[in-house]
Design a binder for this molecule. Structure first.
Ligand code: SF4
Length: 305
């Protein structure tokens, strides 16, 4: 941390001078989480952006997170320090597939994970995050056909939880998919006393072996209250920073050494400083798309609260 002191001081100074509110995801580098005004999962980030009093928000996360802030806060300036930070799972969605589903199923509902571009949210009926997907889909009409976009692993997890059939999109998170069932079996053998905590973006075989399945904030809360000394963590390694802050004495074992999202990690302190100094890059969403996407996002917030 000492080696970053100069740049951290500069960031804090400009942030204060310009009244810029920094929101970061738990998958960000530890030093970025430390300089943020708010750190959370994608749902909490969206709510925090909406509730912030600042005129300018800098989002340390991938592009769909900054877009969500721009959708919910059209009166604010939203900055992303690395405009190429994207999510391959979200980018795989072809909007034509969704339009075809809607045409073939006029009564059907399109439920989008927030990990989608604004244009996909705009043709969705409601958004969800991993922390509220079960709660929200449970409230949708039982007889409605649902297309769940884009994470099929999260979709399968929710469908099983609710004992409800849904159509899935063929996409998933390449970072969470690095963890295999064999990895978990081996770690359970190596650490027989440990609890296994995984994100539902992991494949179903991994989820089936877990003691706890939940969103990043869910995993953090569970880890903080667990009475076990060793925890096997099946989500992106950035989360370890917050868990260590809360329960420094626990041994945390990452379920796979490659649980590192290169897109999240493409944001650095230098890029944040540049963004604060130059007001680059401003995230904008065309108004016709923004207003439609806002309906799906606001519905999520209403259903989840
Ligand atoms: S961790 Fe996975 S879902 Fe999240 S931004 Fe990275 S690639 Fe996308």
């Amino acid at each position: 941390m000492k080696k970053n002191k100069g740049i951290i001081d500069q960031i804090k100074k400009i942030k204060q001078e310009k009244s810029i509110y920094i929101i970061a995801h738990y998958y960000q580098r530890a030093e970025i989480q430390d300089i943020a005004d708010f750190v959370g999962d994608s749902y909490a980030m969206a709510v925090s952006a909406k509730n912030s009093a600042a005129d300018t928000i800098l989002v340390a996360g991938v592009d769909f997170m900054a877009e969500s802030a721009a959708i919910l806060c059209p009166e604010k300036t939203v900055l992303i320090p690395e405009p190429n930070a994207s999510c391959p799972m979200a980018d795989k969605v072809d909007i034509n597939d969704i339009l075809r589903f809607k045409e073939e199923n006029p009564e059907g509902l399109v439920v989008s994970y927030v990990n989608t571009p604004a244009a996909v949210k705009a043709v969705s009926d409601i958004c969800v995050t991993s922390s509220n997907a079960v709660k929200i889909i449970e409230q949708l009409p039982k007889d409605a056909r649902i297309l769940f976009v884009p994470d099929e692993n999260l979709g399968h997890y929710v469908a099983k939880k609710l004992n409800r059939s849904m159509d899935f999109y063929a996409s998933s998170c390449p970072t969470h998919e690095t963890v295999t069932r064999d990895d978990i079996m081996q770690l359970k053998e190596q650490y027989p006393e440990a609890e296994v905590l995984v994100h539902p973006e992991c494949e179903p075989g991994v989820v089936a072996l877990a003691d706890y399945v939940g969103s990043t904030s869910g995993i953090i809360d569970y880890a903080a209250s667990s009475d076990k000394d060793q925890l096997i963590i099946g989500t992106e390694n950035g989360i370890l920073h917050r868990i260590r802050q809360l329960v420094p004495d626990k041994e945390l074992i990452l379920a796979h050494r490659e649980l590192i999202c290169p897109n999240m990690k493409s944001i650095t302190l230098n890029k944040i400083l540049h963004s604060l100094e130059t007001n680059e890059t401003i995230v904008t969403v065309p108004e016709d798309i923004r207003t439609k996407a806002e309906v799906a996002l606001k519905k999520m917030i209403d259903y989840a609260s």
